[in-house]
Ligand binder design. Structure first.
Ligand code: F6R
Length: 247
């Protein structure tokens, strides 16, 4: 897997935003897979700034990786609202092209199938951006004895609920116990994947993702199988990578 190390979060965000902006200019109807979380906030800031007046989002289609079960799209803690706040309301995106899982759908299994079909109907994901949990999860594919291939309903680990507590006023008890998430095959079918990790807390899972064995106990390790996956990290997240030099 190609690995690029950046001096800091800002340099990483600028470079990735530059690449995504170029990709939108080249393919105005590009299909993007997008994460939420703390990591992409700077990226989305940069992306809104760099695309302004240079690249239109009008035909861009997006699919977010995951959403909490039981949290309506209008709820301030939903991932949908996160995306509105950090990216979509700052760009000229067309609401009908922005796809989210509905964690309040009456039949959640049918909702997962609908999402898979919508990704297929869009022609698949051209560029999937990922964050990574300290436990190696991508999307909400949590470590365990087996991994789900397709979009599915998942029980969140305590660790993941703790890291999402910020969205719920710091109260982990308020974080839903379940979510809907793209599966491993959904993610691995993207034509191109960029995993972003910043900060020392991610140094260990980044090291294992790149150099460790493939294991369901570290879902991100399966990215090693992808022909066009890149890991973009800042210096702190690269701390355990031997011979990594930053740019
Ligand atoms: C969120 C998602 C998660 C996060 C991961 C890292 O849509 O898919 O896998 O990318 O939990 O979160 P942060 O960036 O907050 O460390």
């Amino acid at each position: 897997m190609q690995t690029s190390v950046f001096e800091d979060q800002g340099a990483l965000a600028r470079e990735l935003a530059r690449r995504i902006t170029d990709a939108i200019r080249q393919s105005p109807a590009i299909v993007l897979g997008l994460p939420t979380g703390r990591t992409p906030i700077k990226l989305y800031d940069e992306l809104a700034r760099q695309t302004a007046g240079r690249a239109s989002w009008a035909r861009v289609r997006t699919f977010n990786l995951d959403e909490f079960v039981g949290i309506p799209a209008s709820h301030p803690s939903s991932y949908r609202q996160f995306m509105e706040q950090h990216l979509f309301r700052h760009v000229d995106a067309a609401p009908e092209h922005l796809n989210f899982l509905d964690g309040t759908a009456p039949d959640l299994e049918a909702e997962c199938r609908r999402y898979e079909a919508a990704i297929d109907a869009a022609g698949g994901i051209d560029l999937q951006i990922l964050g990574i949990g300290t436990n190696g999860h991508i999307g909400f594919n949590e470590p365990g004895p087996e991994l789900a291939a397709r979009t599915h309903r998942v029980t969140l680990t305590h660790e993941t609920r703790v890291s999402n507590a910020g969205l719920f006023g710091g109260n982990v008890e308020q974080v839903p116990v379940e979510a809907l998430s793209m599966g491993m095959a959904t993610i691995l079918h993207a034509r191109r994947i960029v995993l972003v990790a910043t900060g020392g807390r991610k140094a260990s899972c980044v090291q294992q993702t790149i150099n460790g064995p493939l294991t369901t106990m570290l879902p991100a390790s399966f990215l090693q199988l992808h022909p066009d996956a890149e890991v973009m990290v800042d210096r702190e997240a690269a701390a355990r990578l031997e011979g990594a030099t930053s740019r």
